[in-house]
Design a protein around this ligand. Structure first.
Ligand code: SIN
Ligand code: NI
Length: 276
């Protein structure tokens, strides 16, 4: 298991660790819909910062679960930009609780404004001093989808993520750009080569406290800086798409083993609907 020794060096302070799945959710958003100005800001700009979606107890529990998943699951990729684990919820009961977290699903649904289903999840770890940014890209061009025009990702900080640890930066309004070819997240010029005007778009960098999250539209261009600190940057992303999204026959690690036929709606156990 090539990641083991490197990860073990990163052990955290486990003083807040719990063995049982935390059932108390953030009071800040309990029984409270997102204010209209936050929804409007998301729809205009393509991204939104939502503080305190997880309690400190939840953060400790899911950070530990993410770290254990990284030790036990084969990564989709382990490159300087990040260690990437895909569909962790299928093999970790603890991470399943986070990926299907009712508060995150509700907030995503309120922002999207349409019925959603899960597309997949990812743990993204930038190792200490990784020296590699995730360069500007849109997510949607990577996906084998027809439809999915409201697809939205939650990016949840499981450690404090100041700028120096690799937080996200978004290009305001870039979600209005349809039909760009896929961009290379290892190439700082890839997006701007395909959409030159975006080089001049407002860039909004959002440092997150552990337990905060950002939501971004699937076509909102974003990047994350390198991790210049001694602490691994551990983030969990939950990616939702419109409930009526169809498979377009394209190649993707999530759909490849499923034997789907182009044109069929993404349904079944792998793509559960999200209750509002
Ligand atoms: C990152 O966390 O480094 C990038 C996340 C993303 O591309 O959505
Ligand atoms: Ni992305």
């Amino acid at each position: 298991m090539p990641n083991g020794p490197a990860l073990i060096k990163w052990r955290y302070n486990r003083s807040m660790e719990t063995d049982t799945h935390p059932t108390v959710h953030s009071e800040r958003w309990q029984n409270k819909v997102l204010p209209a100005d936050m929804v409007a800001s998301y729809r205009t700009r393509g991204f939104l910062h939502v503080p305190e979606v997880l309690t400190p107890v939840e953060v400790a529990y899911y950070r530990d679960a993410a770290e254990r998943a990284a030790l036990s699951m084969p990564p989709l990729s382990d490159r300087p930009v990040f260690l990437q684990l895909v569909n962790v919820w299928r093999s970790s009961d603890a991470m399943k609780q986070l990926t299907l977290h009712p508060l995150l699903g509700r907030l995503a649904s309120e922002l999207a404004g349409v019925p959603l289903r899960l597309w997949h999840d990812q743990i993204l770890i930038k190792k200490p001093h990784n020296s590699a940014a995730t360069q500007f890209h849109q997510d949607q061009p990577y996906w084998p989808h027809d439809g999915g025009t409201h697809a939205i990702s939650a990016w949840i900080a499981l450690v404090d993520v100041p700028v120096e640890r690799g937080c996200m930066t978004f290009l305001t309004g870039s979600h209005r750009f349809n039909n760009l070819p896929a961009q290379d997240l290892g190439d700082a010029h890839s997006l701007f080569g395909k959409a030159p005007s975006m080089e001049w778009f407002e860039r909004v960098t959002i440092p997150l406290r552990a337990g905060d999250c950002t939501f971004h539209h699937a076509r909102c261009a974003h990047m994350a800086g390198s991790n210049e600190t001694d602490v691994p940057r551990v983030a969990h992303t939950i990616i939702y798409t419109d409930a009526d999204t169809r498979f377009n026959g394209g190649n993707h690690v999530v759909t490849a083993p499923l034997g789907l036929v182009a044109g069929e709606v993404l349904t079944g156990d792998m793509f559960p609907p999200i209750n509002r």
